[in-house]
Design a protein around this ligand. Structure first.
Ligand SMILES: Nc1ncnc2c1ncn2[C@@H]1O[C@H](COP(=O)(O)OP(=O)(O)OP(=O)(O)O)[C@@H](O)[C@H]1O
Ligand SMILES: [Mg+2]
Length: 267
């Protein structure tokens, strides 16, 4: 796959295909706990994102899959045997096309366009230092957005939020602030925003976020990903928990950016 982590599309033995980021990826090992934590937070906040999985890779797979390699300058690096991070491809990759970008006309017709407002709440909270990224695909809406209560046969475009390696400022595990932080490059997704109320119910879900969900996420992270890093991760999780009450200010402050991202909510 494209991207700095040099992820690979791998069919796993649960029958699904996953975009896998290896523990020894060229970005950093800390990208993996970030991804898994993000996945559990997004699930609780009810923001569309792929199912995720911890993927086991053994010596046999590495030996028999010479195409599963990363490139570091002139060096070719094999994934190490052990646990890796997988983001589930939405369906059979031979039959479902996913896109990193949609033309604005189709973005406007997305069935879960409002999830980009939830994603901004999430990105401001978790200090995602990458721009917002999503994949788009055409599918039966009821299958992917059960809460939409759509006619079961209706087809349309759906967005799912991906690439959370750089929450907590990636390998730095700190919470950064900037007016433009976490924004999606296609600002039209924010056209409906007129006040902080438009970021509900996600703002309230963050303010009242139960600490046990964070603790549970921590328990699901393979210990190999955190070895020697446990205290640093605990510290940034504490800071994350404390930041919940600041998220509405962080969102309102985005209007102070050189170009206000919210065309219909003046500063
Ligand atoms: N669950 C998924 N289903 C389908 N495609 C995916 C999925 N997750 C990631 N991809 C694809 O793989 C690409 C790389 O994934 P991602 O952006 O998470 O990796 P990255 O290496 O961190 O990228 P970046 O360089 O932007 O930080 C994405 O641009 C997207 O096209
Ligand atoms: Mg990316």
């Amino acid at each position: 796959m494209r991207g700095g982590a040099q992820a690979h599309l791998i069919e796993c033995d649960d029958g699904y295909a996953y975009v896998v980021k290896f523990a020894n990826n060229p970005q950093h090992r800390r990208i993996l706990p970030n991804e898994l934590l993000a996945s559990e937070l997004l699930k609780f906040l009810q923001i569309s994102a792929p199912e995720t999985m911890v993927v086991a890779i053994d010596e046999d797979f590495i030996r028999n899959s010479p195409e599963a390699r990363m490139q570091l300058g002139t060096k070719t690096i094999a994934p190490e045997p052990g646990w890796h991070f997988g983001s589930r491809f939405p369906g059979d990759p031979d039959r479902v096309a996913t896109y990193d970008f949609l033309p604005d006309q189709l973005v406007g017709k997305l069935h879960n366009l409002r999830d980009f407002l939830g994603a901004l709440v999430f990105d401001k909270w978790t200090g995602n230092s990458d721009g917002r990224q999503a994949i788009f695909f055409r599918a039966q809406i009821s299958q992917w957005l059960p809460l939409a209560e759509e006619n079961p046969r209706r087809m349309g475009f759906v967005a799912m939020m991906i690439d959370h390696g750089y929450i907590l400022n990636g390998p730095h595990w700190e919470l950064i602030n900037s007016h433009v932080q976490g924004l999606y490059s296609r600002r039209m997704v924010y056209n409906s925003v007129r006040s902080l109320d438009d970021f509900q119910p996600w703002l309230d879900r963050v303010v009242h976020f139960p600490e046990h969900v964070i603790d549970e996420a921590l328990r699901h992270i393979p210990s190999d990903w955190l070895r020697g890093d446990e205290d640093a991760f605990d510290r940034v999780l504490d800071a994350l928990y404390k930041r919940r009450k600041r998220v509405s200010d962080l969102i309102a402050d985005a209007r102070l950016a050189k170009v206000n991202p919210f065309a219909n909510w003046p500063a």
